[in-house]
Design a protein around this ligand. Sequence first.
Ligand code: SF4
Length: 95
Amino acid sequence: MDLKDIPHSAGKTFLEKYAGGGSLSARQSIIAKCCDCMGYHVDGRIDCKLNRCPLYPFMPYREGEKMKRKGPRVLSEDHKKKLVEGRRKKGQVRG
Ligand code: SF4
């Protein structure tokens, strides 16, 4: 099936972006993978109900309770210093 024949969905958008050489976030990759796995949603945007799949908690059309983003991450000053030091060692932070 050609991508242009696939019904519109977020998964299709991300599949097209990836096929065109773009990069995807982890969340976008999951949405794209679920679109691929569900036959490009030609039967509709439905829950796969395959709770044994490791991606199921993030499945975009999952029914019931959704995975919720936790609140903002609060870091202690000591933790921030360690993060900066670790990135400095990897050359990701200048100075
Ligand atoms: S969560 Fe469901 S649709 Fe997504 S990859 Fe797993 S089995 Fe496929």
